[in-house]
Design a protein. Sequence first.
Length: 384
Amino acid sequence: MPPKILYLVSEDWYFVSHRLPMARAAKRAGYDIHVATNVDECGAQIEQEGFMLHPVHWRRGSMNPFRLLAAVLETRRIYRQVRPDFVHHVALVPSLIGSLAALGLPIIRLNALAGLGFAFTSDTAKARMVRPTASLLLGWLFKRPGTSVLVQNPDDYAVVTALGVPKDAIAVIPGSGVDTDALTPMPEPSGPFTVGFVGRLLDDKGVRTLVRAHELLIKRGNPVRTLLAGEPDPSNPASIPDQVLNGWRHLPNLQLLGHVDDIRSIWRQAHVAILPSRREGLPKSLLEAAACGRPLIATDVPGCREIARHGTNAVLVPADDAEAIAQAIETLRKDPDLRARFGSASREIAVAEYSSARIGEEITALYSRLLGGMASRTLQASIT
């Protein structure tokens, strides 16, 4: 029987958007793939990939301990039913719920942190209140036997080691990669100079700061158009309220596009990709823009600076600094030669370091190592 892997993910769209290349690589390597997630619009797509789908009914965003307990019990029932050899918990909340659900079960656990989540990135009172408890609980869960942690950048590696997790139980793999065959370099668009943002509309993604920078440029008479592709996330406390979004719809040269299926349509229109986030794991939007040969503007924070390299393919700016963003946009707007050099370097970095084929090989090698290590320890225990 092939080894059975179960991915635990909060939302089906996130699995399809951010983890599908990884699961495809595992299937090609001979694994039996199961996905446990809240099913909304992408269930059929997951099943069409040949994966077994297991709906869950808990959602992100609630800190109610009774709902947390219900989520743990529901997930544990799935683990007992499926009996996976290996569970891959995707992001912080599934890592917490899945690790609790797996206590006492003979399952290898990989907790994959796609960034550190609201509790660690936000500076709100709610986040500061939750952070100490979350750190203690995650440290205890992540140090248990049969458990490993997967992070996407060296900064998150340092955070996990600070929780007390042994270094040999932590792996660094930069996301799921990007399909560099499907996303290829595009010529610059004609028309007004355009900046493109792709992501959830959250405070922690720096969307408010980007809009303030846009307003500064418009007031100064600079002909800049800004595209915001993405939607708010009601499950996240940092989601931009609807009344704020409604106000932005009246700003000149600012377009809220909502969800966009074909990401290439954004980079065909945009001269530059921007992500002014406060912290990331490894931002998919910048990876995709880089594969399309776009220069980048990003904040000098963990995750962003892995793909956006100042002076090579990007301009890095401080977080929450609208003036710095406005200046970076102006720098690239006025210098087409710099944009061309940055765009070429973006493509080279994406192909050389972040292709989905390369990342797929790394993740399947990690699965094999973790499964082999557990089998070896089981055999040794049986002998002794």
